[in-house]
Design a protein. Structure first.
Length: 327
């Protein structure tokens, strides 16, 4: 840690300008477009073939697209609780699976219309609800109703993804791109636009550290492998990879400034991920397996420290409040 701080101090002698427009055009807008496209593909595929085996690959693709941009907790995603609906996790009270089980048991026709599906609780919608339906054995034999439920949730997700993407493409992207313009009522200065992106970068790292890794690790005396994100679909480790790739892309598009310490920390994290073979973080219950995940967690902490000091100095901003705080 002292080495990281000393390197940063030697390298951040002056500030550099941020490129909010490039972050919008090269990372955010393409990222949301991919999210909408893959979510639509998931829904359209479910319409033609709603079997579990047929839907799984498209669900994985859409989830990858979401995680790539999921740390952007501002703008259109904040409206109407969209972020929570898309990704209701952690679900400490198992509200999602209980609601889904009730729907199946009662054959509730609330899902027969898009408006009805939209009335379901956030816990019973989005990617994590679909994961239960596609990977939890209790939903393997749900017959025609299970098919209808999977189709309804996929269509609901595609609808939200399209709404958010359209909002970015038809207005909000320009608003962020032109932060500080005289008529901009959301970002009164360019610095506020930079601040939103920088905060999202650090918040994404924090979520990976505290939730995606911290929850299954819990304590040495009581590891919790089944608290890992998406352990049923065995993509817990994969989610870290996609998240870090997205966060690295955000950092790279935000500024042309040289950030060698942060880049080196990212490289170490990617190397640790490549060496790790624990798709669902099931091995945290074993001391040796736990140590490997703890090492990975520390490499992410190193990224956060490096980025917070190196980038904040270069860009002239500090981490601010994030919309995901307190979720």
């Amino acid at each position: 840690m002292k080495y990281i701080m000393s390197c940063i101090a030697a390298l951040t002698a002056s500030t550099a300008s941020a490129d909010v427009a490039r972050a919008v055009d090269d990372y955010i807008l393409p990222g949301y477009a991919t999210f909408a496209q893959t979510a639509t593909t998931l829904s359209e595929g479910a319409t033609s073939d709603c079997t579990i085996a047929a839907m799984r690959p498209a669900w994985h693709d859409a989830f990858d697209a979401w995680i790539n941009i999921s740390h952007l907790h501002f703008g259109p995603i904040e409206q109407d609780g969209r972020a929570v609906i898309i990704a209701f996790w952690p679900d400490g009270r198992s509200a999602g699976v209980r609601t889904l089980a009730r729907l199946v048991a009662t054959q509730d026709d609330v899902i027969s219309t898009p408006e009805g599906t939209a009335q379901l609780s956030a816990a019973a919608r989005g990617f994590y609800a679909l994961e239960y339906l596609l990977f939890d054995p209790q939903f393997d034999d749900t017959g025609a109703y299970g098919c209808a439920l999977r189709r309804a949730l996929a269509a609901d997700l595609a609808n939200i993804a399209t709404q958010v993407t359209d909002a970015w493409q038809t207005g909000y992207g320009a608003t962020l791109r032109n932060a500080g313009a005289p008529d901009n009522q959301i970002y009164l200065t360019e610095r506020e636009g930079v601040q939103a992106l920088f905060t999202s970068l650090l918040a994404g790292l924090e979520f990976d550290i505290d939730n995606r890794l911290g929850r299954p690790l819990d304590t040495f005396e009581r590891p919790r492998p089944t608290r890992a994100e998406n352990w049923r679909s065995e993509r817990s480790q994969h989610n870290i990879l996609i998240s870090l790739q997205g966060l690295k892309s955000l950092k790279d598009t935000l500024s042309d400034a040289q950030t060698p310490v942060t880049d080196a920390a990212f490289a170490r994290a990617f190397a640790k991920l490549e060496q790790l073979d624990d798709p669902a973080f099931a091995n945290v219950a074993d001391p040796q397996g736990r140590f490997k995940v703890e090492v990975l967690q520390q490499t992410l902490r190193d990224i956060a420290v490096a980025a917070e000091v190196e980038l904040s100095d270069l860009l002239g901003v500090q981490a601010g409040f994030n919309a995901a705080d307190g979720d």
